[in-house]
Design a protein around this ligand. Structure first.
Ligand code: HEM
Length: 170
């Protein structure tokens, strides 16, 4: 081992041996305390990157769906054709008569997805009641309780934020 390396090792040993225990403890505590900050910074910078990536994807998808998407009003009967069975058509879900293109959420709403049963219909009643029952997938919303109306309102806000409104059920 070269003399230089030995000297460095000796110096480091001296640092550890000779260190004031209180200083060592304080330093360790500081290091531990800063860990969550560092972790959250690391997480946010990576999720920030993820969000940027998603933004890019969404933009591309958005542009893609804009072309493929239906735009305009549909009758209840016409709306039934937008469940993903016909791949050339977008996935549409209506809430309180407004039709949303949920194609960007194809993993939820596409064929085989957990919420495919909401596509092609006005899903207001089912969403308000958090129900998958056939009668709620078909029914109206006139008899909803106040809390069900509130839930429906929340869903509507979510859809407005997340998806493009492409027309009305007529
Ligand atoms: C065991 C019960 C349930 C579980 C574990 C579950 C789980 C989930 C999960 C993990 C998401 C994704 C959240 C996100 O990343 O944005 C989601 C979204 C959703 N859930 Fe559920 N869910 C359940 C019940 C229900 C029920 C009863 C309904 C309505 C009848 C419902 C309707 C929805 C809708 C509409 C979305 C939004 C998808 C979107 O962002 O467009 N879920 N659910």
């Amino acid at each position: 081992m070269s003399e230089g390396v030995v000297r460095v090792l000796d110096y480091m040993r001296g640092l550890i041996d000779g260190a004031n225990p209180i200083v060592v403890m304080m330093t360790s505590m500081l290091a531990l305390a800063s860990l969550p900050v560092v972790m959250s910074w690391l997480m946010s910078s990576s999720s920030g990157k993820r969000m940027e990536d998603q933004g890019g994807e969404e933009k591309e998808q958005g542009e893609g769906t804009k072309e493929a998407s239906h735009a305009g009003n549909l009758t209840k009967e016409e709306l039934k054709g937008y469940t993903g069975k016909d791949e050339s058509k977008p996935l549409l879900v209506a809430i309180r008569g407004k039709i949303y293109d949920v194609s960007p959420g194809a993993e939820f709403y596409g064929p085989g997805g957990p919420y495919n049963l909401f596509t092609g219909i006005d899903a207001s009643r089912a969403l308000a009641k958090m129900s998958f029952k056939p009668e709620d997938l078909a029914g109206g919303i006139d008899d909803l309780s106040q809390s069900e109306k509130d839930i429906l309102y929340d869903w509507e806000q979510k859809f407005k934020m997340k998806y493009k409104c492409v027309g009305d059920v007529i």
